[in-house]
Design a protein around this ligand. Structure first.
Ligand code: ZN
Ligand code: ZN
Length: 451
């Protein structure tokens, strides 16, 4: 069924306005204009601000201008943007503005589904360089975090000023938009074209098709049920089979989804990669897409990891720490992941989603050490060792504290000398890796702040 926004009609609202019926650009294609840019262009045409237009048709006087500083407030996905789009369509008489939003997939994916950081913009430096106000616009695809390049020029999308490193907010006026808000330098440039692997091209291609689907006037909306049907099919296919941990992770996300949780675009793409089906096919024909694939991709499946801008520093510090501990401690004693997550203030779901391979490798190695009951003494010894290393006099004693720590552990717990020594060694490696990770986070933040 095509999307109906009639439910947002307000009896006391204005039925007309002086806003011109500006057409939205690039309908029915992967380069459709974002409603956020449309609003900015519309406001510029009539000489007011986007905020003022959003307030225009509020009969109750309640401002709806709030939150338009974020792309989610106008383009979605989320709870409020459709009401705003309905008003804009009423005011302009243009009923295709919704095609520049994520309205079609709003019911199927979670609010953070396309972009965790919806407050700062990304742009193609070449598009800005060749800007022509009569033929240029900013496409919806720039809002999708997982999309890395411009579909017109193929260069990387950028998110910081070349000169001062500042991020650029949404809601900027049309005429100032292509200059840095902080130093006023032009954001246009020649663009960077790094080599790209097949997977990242696959992701970009799928996002282009998804945007093209969203941009067709009259397109039926994708129901949450579609994802659930696909997931049911996958679960039927996988249940009872011994599958690789990455696939298992994908199926776990799928089970969450069965419980009514909405899914993120990142998880959805991984579920498609698992079967080797295009995202759009999966959304439109979920049942047949979930039938057994011709080629079994499960055996060697590696989750697709797509960089996340907002959490980049923390996630890469986490990943490095996990890899170091895994490489150097696995033979002696691997501590529970919760220590690393807690120390780096990482949410487990975030780690699983943004760094799925490192996460799953670690968890698999941790489980391989034996059941909880068989590792409990070592776990206690490890906690004690960590407390000991907080004391710098222990850290600076024999062999960087390992021998001293092992002696204390042996006398205070039930573990024998050799185990105490191995646990102390692990704890020391973990302690160093963590200190390094915290330094990396501080450095990363400093680099983000000033350049
Ligand atoms: Zn471009
Ligand atoms: Zn700047």
């Amino acid at each position: 069924m095509p999307i109906s926004l009639e439910k947002y009609r307000e009896p006391a609202g204005f039925e007309w306005s002086v806003l011109p019926p500006l057409p939205i650009n690039g309908l029915s294609g992967p380069h459709v204009e974002s409603a956020e840019h449309y609003l900015c262009r519309l406001a510029w045409t009539v000489g007011v601000s986007g905020q003022e237009i959003c307030r225009l048709r509020e009969p109750s006087g309640v401002a709806s201008g709030h939150n338009i500083g974020s792309s989610r407030g106008i383009c979605g996905p989320g709870p409020n943007f459709l009401r705003r789009i309905y008003r804009l369509e009423q005011l302009t008489g243009v009923d295709t503005i919704r095609c520049g939003t994520f309205a079609v997939i709003n019911d199927a994916i979670s609010n953070v589904g396309v972009n965790r950081d919806t407050t700062s913009r990304r742009w193609c430096p070449r598009c800005y360089y060749e800007w022509d106000s009569s033929t240029s616009w900013e496409p919806l695809s720039w809002l999708v975090e997982l999309k890395s390049d411009c579909s017109l020029h193929g260069c990387l999308l950028e998110s910081r000023c070349h000169h001062c490193g500042a991020e650029q907010p949404f809601g900027r006026n049309y005429s100032e938009r292509r200059n840095c808000r902080k130093c006023a330098a032009r954001l246009a440039g020649a663009g960077r074209f790094p080599a790209r692997d097949e997977r990242s091209r696959w992701v970009d291609g799928n996002i282009d098709s998804l945007i093209a689907m969203c941009s067709v006037p009259g397109q039926a909306s994708i129901q949450r049920r579609a994802v659930a049907v696909y997931v049911e099919g996958l679960i039927e296919q996988f249940d009872g089979k011994c599958i690789h941990s990455y696939s298992r992770n994908a199926v776990m996300q799928a089970r969450q989804c069965r419980k009514g949780h909405k899914i993120t675009l990142r998880a959805l793409l991984n579920l498609c990669a698992l079967q080797g089906v295009p995202l759009v096919d999966m959304l439109q024909a979920p049942r047949s897409s979930s039938s057994p694939a011709l080629i079994n991709l499960l055996e060697n499946f590696r989750a697709i990891e797509i960089e996340d801008r907002r959490h980049r520093t923390r996630v890469s510090a986490y990943e490095k720490c996990v890899r170091t501990v895994l490489d150097q401690c696995a033979e002696d004693y691997l501590p529970s992941m919760k220590f690393i997550l807690h120390a780096l203030r990482m949410n487990r779901e975030l780690a699983r989603e943004l760094s799925v391979n490192a996460y799953e490798d670690y968890e698999a190695a941790y489980r391989a050490q034996g059941a909880y009951s068989s590792t409990i003494h070592r776990a206690r010894a490890f906690t004690l060792a960590l407390r000991l290393f907080d004391d710098s006099s222990v850290r600076h004693s024999k062999l960087r504290g390992v021998v001293t720590g092992a002696q204390i552990i042996e006398s205070a717990t039930d573990v024998p000398r050799d185990v105490a020594l191995r646990v102390a060694k692990s704890a020391r490696i973990y302690w160093d890796a963590l200190v390094q990770a915290k330094l990396d986070i501080v450095d990363g933040r400093r680099e983000r702040g000033v350049r």
